[in-house]
Design a binder for this molecule. Structure first.
Ligand code: GLA
Length: 386
């Protein structure tokens, strides 16, 4: 918990609205393994981190919504009845959540909200899911709606689809809402059943290395991948009526469509099928405390994301490659949607400084960019603080 930040945000709220707000915290997330599997009804293994967005909120007696972004020092207002989303990008996430809760038939009052956080934007830790999840809980608390956790995750995902234009899966919002300190959670994205496991890494820890790049392709290519997977599913259905998603397919089944789809579609499907298998294997290895085998799966995941799914980029490939001859790193891969953001690496705790001192200058020499490092602390999901 970043108490200083929470205090600043609460103070800002009091200055602006002269009343005591309720406060909430919603974390960013990491995903251990299982990338681009969520919208294919597969498995993911995410958890929330200490970086979070903090909210101070209070109800109003009219139908106005007054938002203030502490980080951007920027304000935005709209009415609950407005249909046009605000022009500020950050506000459209909050507008979307508000509208979707109302569309579901819940009666809500106007509200004031000041928010800010330490989840780096564009680093692939899903600051947007944190924003959506925190606001959904805040609106629920202010209006006593008692929204169920899974319902809040679905509201966040819907808002992303309809108000941001990214056809994302459920992983990010799920992770931001459901995570528990010290644990990771395996989610079956079809049944939405989930299972927590203790994250016991012994002498190891996770570190994120932020490439500091965000290629503009990210959201359009994301939606394209979804379409390519759907093409694969249609072709598979010709041969196997029971296939409703790539979750239902295995590699021998995929071989039967090798001549009926183009090479890219084939590769995308192969990646997803293999990645689902890797999540299951990764859970086994983690539970058995076999971190070396788990680390190998991280490298294999990156290879697939880079070569078959083609969502990596030269900066991320460089960061992962560099770790391959570091004997204190067991595995590394790009994390999240891709085309920039962070790599996730499993590193020996006492080698963190050494790693940083090797990577930072090498990355700077190759790309002229100062990368950033975030040691991972696994934290609770979205919660009301006061
Ligand atoms: C983004 C999306 C998620 C998921 C990941 C890739 O973070 O929001 O739903 O698809 O990419 O695993």
């Amino acid at each position: 918990m970043n108490s200083q930040l929470l205090e600043k945000i609460t103070k800002k709220y009091q200055e602006k609205f002269s009343e005591t707000p309720i406060t909430l915290r919603a974390p960013g997330r990491i995903n251990l393994i299982g990338e681009h599997t969520d919208y294919n009804e597969g498995f993911v293994l995410p958890t929330g981190v200490s970086a979070a967005i903090y909210f101070a909120m209070g109800s109003r007696n009219d139908d106005k919504v007054c938002l203030y972004s502490y980080d951007f020092n920027s304000e935005c207002q709209f009415n609950l009845s407005d249909t046009q989303k605000p022009k500020e990008q950050w506000a459209s996430y909050l507008f979307g959540i508000t509208k979707i809760i109302m569309e579901k038939g819940y009666k809500i009052k106007g509200y004031n909200c000041v928010f800010g956080g330490d989840v780096p934007v564009g680093a692939g830790m899903s600051s947007s899911a944190a924003l959506e999840s925190g606001l959904a809980l805040g609106i629920s608390e202010l209006n006593n709606l008692k929204l169920d956790k899974m319902e809040m995750a679905k509201i966040g995902q819907k808002s992303e689809h309809e108000y941001v234009g990214v056809k994302c899966g459920i992983m990010d919002q799920f992770a931001s809402i459901f995570s528990k300190a010290g644990k990771c959670v395996k989610l079956d994205c079809r049944s939405l059943e989930y299972e927590y496991s203790k994250l016991e890494l012994g002498q190891y820890m996770f570190v994120l290395t932020d490439s500091k790049v965000k290629h503009s392709l990210a959201s359009s290519e994301y939606n394209t991948r979804r379409e390519e997977c759907a093409l694969g599913v249609s072709a598979l259905q010709q041969n196997f009526a029971e296939v409703n998603s790539l979750r239902d397919a295995d590699l021998p089944m995929l071989e039967t469509i090798v001549n009926s789809v183009n090479e890219k579609v084939f590769d995308r499907c192969r990646y997803v099928i293999e990645e689902n298998n890797r999540v299951i294997e990764a859970c086994k290895q983690l539970n058995a405390g076999n971190l070396e085998e788990f680390g190998k799966l991280l490298y294999a995941s990156h290879e697939g994301l880079s070569k078959l799914y083609e969502v990596s980029c030269k900066e991320l490939d460089f960061l992962v490659d560099k770790t391959k001859n570091m004997d204190y790193i067991l595995g590394s891969r790009m994390m999240g949607g891709g085309f920039g953001g962070c790599t996730l690496s499993l590193i020996k705790k006492d080698k963190l400084e050494e790693y940083q001192s090797v990577i930072a200058p090498a990355y700077k020499a190759a790309f002229g960019i100062d990368c950033k490092f975030y040691p991972v602390v696994v934290e609770n999901g979205t919660e009301r603080i006061s």
